[in-house]
Design a binder for this molecule. Sequence first.
Ligand code: PLP
Length: 395
Amino acid sequence: MKLYSRVYETVDLDAIRHNMEAMKANLKDGTRMIGVVKSDGYGHGAVPVAWAIDPYVWGYAVATVEEGVILRKHGIRKPILVLGVVPYEGYGLLVEHGISSAVFQLKRAERLSSLAVREGKKAVIHLVLDTGMSRIGYPVTEEAAKEAATICGLPGIEVEGLFTHFAKADERDKKATDHQLEQYQKFVAMLADRGITIPMLHCSNSAGILDLQRANLHAVRAGISIYGIYPSGEVDRDTVKLRPAMELKSFISYVKKIGPGTSVSYGGTFTADREMTVATVPVGYGDGYPRNLSGKGEVLIRGQRARILGRVCMDQFMVDVTGIHEAEEEDEVVLIGRQGKEEITVEDLAMAGGGFHYEIVCDIGKRVPRIYLEDGRVIGTKDYFNDCYKGFCRV
Ligand SMILES: *Cc1c(COP(=O)(O)O)cnc(C)c1O
C-alpha cells in the first residue's frame, strides 16, 4: 500500500545513527557532540532526528527559541542551545523551557539575568566569539574579555560555554580556520587571566569534525553530517563515511509522445527535434524542488536517468523518457536517492542547478509528507494535509 501517492520524502533513521557512530569514532574520547537540528532538522524533521540521535549527543542546537520549544514539547530533556540572537520577547520562553542561548552583549545578558532572578531560575548562556565570520559574537579584544567577565558575574546567569563559528573549515586550505582557532584560544587565555574558566569550549561544525581534529575541543556541533551530507567537495571523505538519510520520491502522472517542433513547459525553452516520449512528474518548486534545475536536472525512472525538459513549474515538470521504453504512468520517480544501481544526491542537484546542497534539503516544503524508516519499516509520518489557521471568525 502506498502511504503517499504524489510525492514524499523518506528519512532513514538508521542512516542517521550510522552517521553519528561514524563521527563519534573519529572524535577523541570525551568530546561531546551537539546535534544541530535547526531549520526543522535541515528539512528532515527536527523531532524524529532528535529522538534518533539522543543517545549520541550531549545536547542540541537550534536557530530560534521556537525551534527549541518544539523539541521540549516532544520530550527532549537534554540541553538545547539557540545559536543566534534571541529577541528580548523570547527570553520568557528561554527561561520557562530551560533553553540556553548565544549571548555577547552586556545589555542582553543583564535583561536575561533580571528575568531569571525574578523567576527564581538560572538562565544558561554560551558566549559567542567572532573570529572571522563577522556574523555575531564578541571581537577578540581585551575590552570584550572584560565585558564577558562582567557577564560571568551576573546573578541568575550561568555561562556554560564559549563558541565561535568557522567560515572556511570546509575548504581544503585550513589556514584561515587555524587563524580563527588561534584567535579563539587567545580569547580563552584573556578570560583565564581574569580567573574565568568556561566549562564547554566548542568551535567545530561538520567540516571541523570530519577534517580538523585539532579544532574538536570539549564539544563539536554536528549539522549537515548528521544527515549524511558532506559540507563540501573539499573535505576528506575517507575518515568518516556518511550515508545520506533523505530520499525524495514521486510517481509519473502522465506519459505521451511529442513530435519534432513541439515545445515543452513555460517559455518553450525546450523544443523537440525528433519524436520523443515525455513523462510528467507532479512535483515542482512549490514543493521546494529547485526551479534552477530547469533543463538541467535528472531523475531516476526504472533505474535509468531521465533529463528534465524545459522549465520546472510550481507543481509539475517534464522529463525525457524516450530511451526508457517501459516507462509508464504510476512508475516510481526518484528525485533524490537511489533506484537500482543509480543514485542522485543533493550534491548532484546543487551542481546541476548551480544551487547549494544545504539549501536543497532545507527547502523541501510542507506540501511534501515525510516518512520515517527504521530497519526498512515505516515507524512514523508527518504531513500538513490538515494544516489549519487559528483566530479567523469564519467557518
Ligand atoms: C549551522 C551551524 C552549525 C552546523 O553547521 P554544519 O556545516 O551544518 O555542520 C554549527 N554551528 C553554528 C553556529 C551554526 O550556525
